[in-house]
Design a protein around this ligand. Sequence first.
Ligand SMILES: Nc1ncnc2c1ncn2[C@@H]1O[C@H](COP(=O)(O)OP(=O)(O)OP(=O)(O)O)[C@@H](O)[C@H]1O
Ligand SMILES: [Mg+2]
Length: 285
Amino acid sequence: MACMKPPQRLQSLIEEGLIDTVVRQLMSGKEAMVYVVRCGDETRCAKIYKEATQRSFRQAVDYTENRKVKNTRQARAMAKGTHFGRQAQEDAWQRAEVDALYRLAAVGVRVPKPHNFCDGVLLMELVADENGDAAPRLNDVVFAPEQARAHHATLLKEVVRMLCAGIVHGDLSEFNILLGADGPVIIDLPQAVDAAGNNHANRLLLRDVANLRNFFGRFAPELLQTEYGHEIWDLYQRGVLHTEVALTGRFEHQHGAVDVSGVLREIDDTRVEQAARLLRLRSGA
Ligand SMILES: Nc1ncnc2c1ncn2[C@@H]1O[C@H](COP(=O)(O)OP(=O)(O)OP(=O)(O)O)[C@@H](O)[C@H]1O
Ligand SMILES: [Mg+2]
């Protein structure tokens, strides 16, 4: 297999013997550069995180609220926005993706198997198609109605499994799911939130599930009538969600009652926007 001159950021991993050769660049997204690499006789994927400057929204308070930091010095620095504080925030953000990958892989959610996290580089399984090439995103694929229904059902089970493990993806969509040889694989988790400790978890879960519905609903329109998000959250909140639960896609909304959560949500949204603006101002973006 041909290879390229390795980028500087991968040099230390090569010296450590974690990577043998760099095959090619796969992607340069907003937040990371992704490379195909060889490690022994295995092909893997290396995600290099970019510096934090551009990352306004996904790092805003609704995602990072209640994230655990190692010590109070770190917490104070993060609050003040000092250089050390920004670095600490950056590390916490990157660690969140590795932590989520390990936790989800452990409970059987189909995510890339993590191998290592070193110097801001995440080494993980390369999700591949039948030919061994990097798998396409769902957004790059067209589905027959029955395929759309099957993948939608599979992914809802994955969402339930994640929630049972206490995690909401928070940015789940056709852009962050790859179609591997063995089915859909969920990627891109630095913004994953703790379902129990984050006040926005409900809203993020509903958005994740709505994204799945709207995408697969293009191929199987009857999915557009479903309300799996509300159903799943309701079961979770009542403490009766489990991985084998049989979902219906139907949900009885409480009519007549004042929509307190809707009002609170709007108040919250304003607060989140203000906080995001503040963060942007502070980082000079
Ligand atoms: N484990 C993997 N196997 C195969 N391809 C991958 C893997 N991880 C990432 N990719 C590819 O790299 C792209 C970017 O990865 P990811 O979404 O994690 O980073 P990102 O910087 O958040 O990107 P974006 O801003 O575009 O969402 C993915 O859309 C996918 O095409
Ligand atoms: Mg992505």
